[in-house]
Design a protein around this ligand. Structure first.
Ligand code: URA
Length: 442
């Protein structure tokens, strides 16, 4: 039997070689059983970041992450099982609406998400801002909630892709998020393990996405579809714009609130959520199409709108929150949530049109406010965040408030302001809003 050494594997990747399945198996299993320390894993991740993974290495990584836990068997539920996963964005909260929405169509949505990664927000952190909400369910609890409500939202656990959980935490804080192979393995492993049989990928394009160019995002879409199809699952990718934050809220609790204002027909929806609604409905249309409930995305969009307007989607959201231990009274009576200690306004310095709200800088500012982590064991501040009062293309006057920042100290606010300094621009001439849906890749 061949004897492997962590240093040799790291060196081979550093020197641009293709790793064998056996080397990848050796590295991941020994990391997970504690024999390879985190500093050597960090070194391998950085070598992969620079040298990449080819298709076979990506598949080997994906399989190792799946095999690090179990695969949920949902075959006894005689309904389509469809999910969506985003490659990561800023203010990207579509999952919170989509999961309950699509479950209204008798489609099972077994959604396994992630936490904040790099400058991008994470669905699990947003859900955990709801007091009591438990994303760490056992597989039995996950299945039982899916049987009852068609929807459940969890994270990687000790039994479901624990390998991704550990690597994900390390990538978040070692600047090794932005790699097509690692992203593909991380996302696809979760989708296969959760038991979905069709997946819509929301591949973000623009400054706030995990990959900087349209070309790279298209490659990522191809890689995700290719890997998913190798497991005999259906997949489509929708490329969506991530040059400015989606909707008006960036953070955790404030993003949940924004979703509730869209789902609850008794509340007034803020027009600054328009882009969020377009992207969410388009993804829902894709999910309904994969689930065989309509023939085109457009048809799925119009069916989905009706479920939001009727309040069915909101009822499903409440069912899910309660089933997962969350305190739904915050949504039924709009109880006040603990506020941040410090609040700061950014005002506009000249008349004109908002021409830049750089999603990357807003994402980094949000992490620095406490919405994400800079070290693995950092605590997330659920009340921290940013609220936009203007979006790109809006006409503005000197003195108007552009956005509000919330955090626990002046130091954090000042740090966030540093990022935003280069992230905001006002132009004297009229700016047209970007289209949010760039391309559908089937
Ligand atoms: N979402 C994931 O689950 N993993 C990634 O690597 C990026 C986005």
């Amino acid at each position: 039997m061949k004897i492997y050494s962590p240093v040799e594997v790291i060196k081979r990747k550093r020197n641009g070689h293709v790793l064998t399945k056996e080397e990848i198996h050796y590295f991941i299993t020994n990391f997970l059983n504690g024999d390879i320390p985190e500093y050597q894993v960090s070194a391998l991740l950085m070598a992969i970041h620079f040298k990449g993974l080819d298709d076979e290495e990506t598949m080997a990584f994906t399989k190792e992450l799946i095999d690090s836990g179990e695969i949920v068997d949902l075959s006894h539920i005689n309904k389509p099982k469809i999910d969506k996963h985003s490659t990561g964005g800023v203010g990207d909260k579509t999952s919170i609406i989509l999961a309950p929405l699509v479950s209204c169509f008798d489609i099972v949505v077994p959604m396994m998400s992630g936490r904040g990664l790099g400058h991008t927000g994470g669905t699990l952190d947003k859900l955990e801002s709801i007091p009591g909400f438990n994303v760490n369910l056992s597989t039995e609890e996950f299945i039982s909630i899916l049987e009852k409500y068609n929807v459940c939202m969890i994270g990687q656990t000790a039994t479901l892709t624990p390998g991704d959980k550990r690597l994900y935490e390390m990538r978040d804080v070692t600047a090794t998020v932005e790699n097509i192979g690692l992203i593909t393995a991380s996302i696809t492993s979760k989708k296969i393990a959760e038991g979905a049989d069709g997946i819509v990928y929301d591949v973000k394009v623009g400054t706030g996405s995990t990959l900087p160019t349209l070309e790279e995002s298209k490659k990522l879409a191809g890689s995700l579809i290719n890997a998913t199809k190798q497991f005999n699952k259906k997949a489509i990718a929708i490329l969506t714009d991530m040059n400015e934050p989606l909707g008006y809220a960036i953070g955790n609790w404030n993003e949940i609130e924004e979703c509730v204002t869209i789902m609850n027909p008794k509340l007034k929806t803020n027009p600054l959520s328009d882009d969020l609604i377009v992207v969410t409905l388009t993804l829902a249309g894709g999910m309904l199409m994969l689930g065989g409930k309509c023939r085109t995305i457009e048809e799925g969009i119009s069916l989905s709108k009706q479920k939001i307007e009727s309040g069915e989607c909101f009822d499903k959201f409440i069912n899910m929150v309660e089933a997962q231990g969350g305190d739904s009274s915050y949504f039924k009576t709009l109880r006040p949530y603990p506020g941040a200690k410090v609040r700061e306004e950014i005002t506009i310095e000249s008349d004109g049109y908002v021409s830049k709200l750089d999603a990357l800088q807003f994402g980094l500012a949000a992490v620095n406010l406490g919405c994400g982590r800079k070290k693995v064991d950092d605590k997330v501040d659920y009340s921290a965040g940013i609220i936009l009062l203007k979006k790109i293309g809006d006409k503005v006057k000197k003195g108007d408030i552009l956005c509000l920042l919330f955090g626990e100290s002046d130091e954090k606010i000042n740090h966030a302001l540093e990022y935003l300094r280069t992230g905001i621009e006002i132009s004297a001439t009229h700016i047209t809003k970007n289209t949010k849906i760039i391309e559908v890749i089937a």
